[in-house]
Design a protein around this ligand. Structure first.
Ligand code: TMP
Length: 197
């Protein structure tokens, strides 16, 4: 049987990687799990990490994020065919939210069209929603700071995520809760999907 494809989305500091680790631990008892992320660890992902440390070129970055996704999606397709549960930290909604916030609303249809050509539809997308002030607090306390992590920018990214959640039917989880509550809420959706009790 084909595996299930679960995507975690949210602004920086929302707790996606914490949730991904916790889910992997919990679900591994029942199913074969692959936890992965974008930007991927492939060569386009490497280019993005290099670009991130230079002065940003949002159009170029948009193209790279989608190119990385095409590469990464091919790998995920293989894992799904092997029956594995794939948990992906960020997918097309990250480009829709972050790059629309960088480039402007008029680029949204273009970003949508490019993504539609490369993605496979997730079985479930969980949006970890948090106010950027709180998310930023977490990011700063991890000692990481990049141009992506400015509060005002993230406010617009969050707005874009919430728009997309409505359009594409994401489940929204209040990420200001503790990690255990977030995990339990995520499991409610995932149990149904994986037909676990
Ligand atoms: P990460 O912190 O989750 O590893 O992601 C690195 C940054 O890249 C993060 O600030 C969000 C940004 N990003 C985009 O702007 N567009 C995308 O499509 C993806 C996948 C990430």
């Amino acid at each position: 049987m084909r595996g299930r494809f679960i995507v975690l989305e949210g602004i920086d500091g929302a707790g996606k990687s914490t949730l991904s680790n916790a889910l992997t631990e919990r679900l591994s008892a029942f199913t074969d799990v692959v936890a992965t992320a974008e930007p991927s660890d492939g060569y386009v992902g490497d280019a993005l990490r290099r670009a991130g440390s230079e002065d940003g070129h949002p159009l170029l970055e948009s193209l790279l994020f989608v190119a990385d996704r095409a590469h990464h999606t091919h790998a995920m397709e293989g894992w799904l065919e092997e029956g594995k549960t794939v948990i992906c930290d960020r997918y097309y909604a990250s480009t829709m939210a972050y790059q629309t916030a960088s480039l402007g609303e008029e680029f949204r249809p273009w970003l949508r069209e490019m993504n539609d050509k490369v993605i496979i539809r997730p079985d479930l997308t969980l949006l970890l929603d948090i106010d950027p002030d709180r998310g930023m607090g977490r990011v700063n306390s991890r000692g990481e700071k990049s141009k992506f992590e400015k509060t005002e920018y993230l406010r617009e990214v969050r707005r874009q995520y919430l728009l997309l959640a409505e359009e594409d039917g994401f489940h929204i989880i209040d990420a200001s809760q503790g990690p255990d509550e977030v995990l339990e809420e995520a499991l409610v959706h995932i149990r149904g999907l994986l037909e676990l009790i």
